[in-house]
Design a protein. Sequence first.
Length: 282
Amino acid sequence: MAPTPSKAVLITGCSSGIGRATAQRLAKKGWTVYASARRLESIADLADAGCETLRLDVTDEDSMRGAVAEVEREHGAVGVLINNAGYSQSGPVEQIDLAAVRRQFETNVFGLVALTQLVLPKMRDQRWGKVVNIGSMGGRLTFPGGGYYHATKHALEAISDALRFEVRGFGIHTILIEPGLIVTDFGTAAVASMDDVAGGGPYGEFNTKLAALTEGVYKGPMRHLGGGPDAVARAIERAISRKRPPARVRVTASARLAILNRRLTPDRVWDLAMRAQYPQPR
């Protein structure tokens, strides 16, 4: 009889928000959870919730290799990888420094790919595994001022679609989570990311309005179409518990409505709607 495959869960970005809620929920439900973050002290309390804690920086190859090796030493393989680490860089395409663009892709895309490549060989060996990528409704549509963040989430759509086909024959499932508005510190961080591009110039009015709109979405009436990090954690738990998990899971009414609206709206009409909300730089 073949040995029982490892179902140990490795989660990135557990210092707050979705990552933290998912680690707590899965540990409570009996999963073996390795919660990780760049700073161990930020997740020390997750040990009390039943998690193992690891330092893992998705922009540091040695850090990623070390974290995966530790799980594999204990369990033989990472059974479930939840690629959650990520952030939003807001601002006009012209204004954001290329170094900031590269940091955005290093965290949201390249780190995710590198970590996935590290865990797949042992998943293949045991003929069982699940890779969960935390995308966004922003991978299916684009708002002005979010070009680079949206680009990273569009990239996850393509990567997840390709990976789902490529590893299915090895008993490995790929699941893309598409949250809508999730009320966490994410919105505050997104507004803060505009500090380096705020001010006057040709995009001055646009940047000011963009910061206000972003803050308003997370604090205003729109938040009622969203949810908390627990909503995403529940969706992840349900997906990884299924023998045949769905390819995509949309979380919150805002995700379902926005994705449907964009699919049905011609580009010209979409642009008109954006001009009604954002001052067009000119």
